[in-house]
Design a protein around this ligand. Sequence first.
Ligand SMILES: O=C(CO)COP(=O)(O)O
Ligand SMILES: [Zn+2]
Length: 214
Amino acid sequence: MNPITKSHESRQRERLATLGASLFARGLTTGTSGNLSVRVSDGWLMTPTNVSLGALDPERLSKLDDNGRHVGGDRPTKESLLHLVLYRQRGDAGGVVHLHSTYAAAVSCMDGLDPAECVPPLTAYFAMRVGRLPLVPYHRPGDPALATAIHDLAARHHALLLANHGPIVSGTTLESAAAAIEELEETAKLFLLLRGIPTRPLSDQEVSQLDRGR
Ligand SMILES: O=C(CO)COP(=O)(O)O
Ligand SMILES: [Zn+2]
């Protein structure tokens, strides 16, 4: 590997570990739940399976090549296929974050949600960073069928809510994926706080006037 590629990859390793620690410290992930990945020049770095995002060792992150084969580090997250589908369906994706964050996970367990838009656009930042949030039918964690289930949706949405599980979000960078999933978590919290209270989500016209992705 040439030195420029190497130093780029080292930085990505640090960014992934730093983000994991920050998410863990703020209670957005607990135990060994959740996983992160970032694009590098010759593949992807992913969090290993069954590790705390709060204690990632940059040197032990899983490396996958451009074909999605595990070529270095510890065994990758059991959701690696899910991450790969998001990258393949969204050409500009540079990072993916999956969490079991409490409020989004709570919403993912609710009955009677609209599967096309399971959290309404309550605030401008939700509409800007997350957009329309579809609900993906329940599959067990790591089920390869989950990757098939999100295939078509992932072409149209960078944020998805997995039923009885949690959110997964891609972004052009790891940090933009994190900003979007944090906004999703906060809006899931508002959605639950506002249950039973007459609420006015943003209108289609108000949403259309927003600068998406900013
Ligand atoms: O969130 C998880 C499964 O959905 C965590 O699994 P991994 O430890 O394999 O990343
Ligand atoms: Zn999970």
